[in-house]
Design a protein around this ligand. Structure first.
Ligand code: PMT
Length: 231
């Protein structure tokens, strides 16, 4: 029940952390629990959207009533996202994607030795940036997804968030000062500010991730309204 401003819209959300394998029993990941992305998916569902949730590693269960696509690595997440883009109206990238992965994945458990071990890491593709570039190359009149990125920052939050918004060609970016009390990875609350190309759109106080998601989805609904909106 309640208003359904996103009825008929297809929303793709990424959540959780990616898992970058070293060998069959070891991997590199990060502290993302999936909570923020799951709250976004839920808020989109409750506003009437048809939601696809692409999930890496998460500590909690995904919401009901959304299509869940389970992935592990950044490369798998990229494939799952890019192949669905042509059918999507809104993309929200709340996932914490590993910037690097091991250059080689051992097929057998690596043996211990007395020597120091150096792990070579290679950069992962930037999925958000690829989405922005894909959109920029779309023909005029083709379906254009509205793109929302997240930015997890520890210093100069506004500067880095605006820089990511431009570089990754997003419509909005949700900046997280992950050092702030009650904000960031793992917990049930967050503190975020939303920026658009013209600067600050909304600075939110400490809220539950559910309420943060609701505010973000309300902004998306206004921005993607066929008549007017700030896009
Ligand atoms: O999952 P929770 O425990 O609830 O925690 C929530 C959160 C802190 C993970 C979330 O609120 C958040 O900030 N997500 C983004 C984390 C992140 O990877 O930030 P970033 O500043 O490194 O990346 C910026 C944006 O680019 C993000 O939208 C990210 O999904 C995207 N990215 C980054 C690297 C990469 N290789 N590909 C990407 O698409």
């Amino acid at each position: 029940t309640g208003p359904k401003p996103l009825a008929g819209k297809r929303v793709l959300v990424t959540a959780g952390g990616t898992v970058e394998r070293i060998d069959p029993v070891r991997y590199i990941t990060n502290d993302s629990s999936g909570k923020m992305g799951f709250a976004i998916a839920e808020a989109a569902r409750d506003r009437g959207a048809q939601v696809t949730l692409v999930v890496g590693k998460a500590d909690v269960e995904p919401p009901n009533g959304v299509d869940v696509v389970a992935v592990r690595s950044a490369l798998e997440m990229r494939e799952a996202v890019m192949e669905r883009l042509p059918d999507v109206d809104v993309v929200v990238k709340a996932a914490a994607v590993a910037d690097y992965r091991p250059a080689r994945q051992a097929t057998e458990k690596m043996k211990k030795s007395a020597e120091a071990l150096t792990l070579e890491l290679v950069p992962n593709p930037d999925i958000l940036q690829e989405i922005g570039e894909w959109k920029a190359a779309r023909e005029v009149g083709a379906r254009q997804p509205f793109i929302i990125g997240f930015a997890a920052e520890t210093t100069d939050v506004e500067k880095h968030a605006l820089d990511k918004l431009k570089r990754k060609k997003c419509d909005l970016i949700v900046a997280n000062d992950v050092t702030a009390e009650g904000a960031g990875f793992g917990i049930d609350t967050n503190v975020v500010s939303v920026y658009g190309p013209a600067g600050l759109v909304e600075k939110l106080p400490l809220l539950s991730k559910k309420d943060v998601a609701g505010r973000i989805l309300d902004l998306i609904a206004v921005s993607t309204r066929p008549t007017g909106g700030n896009k």
